[in-house]
Design a protein around this ligand. Sequence first.
Ligand SMILES: C[S@@+](CC[C@H](N)C(=O)[O-])C[C@H]1O[C@@H](n2cnc3c(N)ncnc32)[C@H](O)[C@@H]1O
Length: 249
Amino acid sequence: MSGTLYIIGTGPGDPQLLTLKAVGIIERCPVIIAPHGSKSGSSTALGIVSEAVAIAGKTIIELHFPMKKIRTGHEPAPEILAAWRHAAEQALHHLDQGHDVCFPTLGDPAIYSTGYYLYETICGIREQVKVIFVPGVAAMSSCSAALASPICLGDEMVAVIPATFSDERLRDVLERFDTIVLMKVHRVMDRLVELLKSADLIDRAVLVEKAGTSGERTCAKIDRMTEPPHYYSTIIVRKNPSTVRTLIN
Ligand SMILES: C[S@@+](CC[C@H](N)C(=O)[O-])C[C@H]1O[C@@H](n2cnc3c(N)ncnc32)[C@H](O)[C@@H]1O
């Protein structure tokens, strides 16, 4: 009998935010396939898992997934497709031997995560594969907690968008939504600051870096940052002022 593939959200960094369900499944899985974004780097998701679960004795496969822009409806770059295919084949190899495999992914698998690309690739190779998704705490939830500021209340509308999108698309989203969660901001800060200034929203934008970790930092003056923030940074633009104090510095 084939094994089951579990695609598991690890939360954004604090191992205590791994769910009990995630911990139980990872403990039982003999094989972990973990993604990492930089060629020479290590997997952040695996790092989080290893702080909560004893992983010694398990088969650990760390795979590089190139970080390149993916646009819905457009064919991804060949190296991305090759990485997904390779990961899918590795997973199927172990599943076919009857072993359960888990694929931990940062935050929640439903939000800009490799987990669903792996899922789609596997389903494209083999129709009958048992895959179970385990949700995790999304980075934006941890950022909101760090700020003690809601993402949305009442009838407010929210957009979640990578800040790497075109100026035109970002301007449109900044205009139409009450709260805008900007992800992957680290390389485009100058451009973002200009866009937020021209939309008169610079004072409503707060950046949270490494939310939920010992390196957590919040910044409400993003136009005065002297260094680019870490890749694990998110900006929340909430147009409606909070009714209570927020925890920003
Ligand atoms: C590929 S996306 C992964 C999102 C993840 N699946 C989720 O549910 O939040 C990576 C982006 O998530 C955000 N992110 C991840 N971890 C974070 C953290 N600890 N603090 C702030 N933002 C984080 C950053 O915007 C980063 O560029």
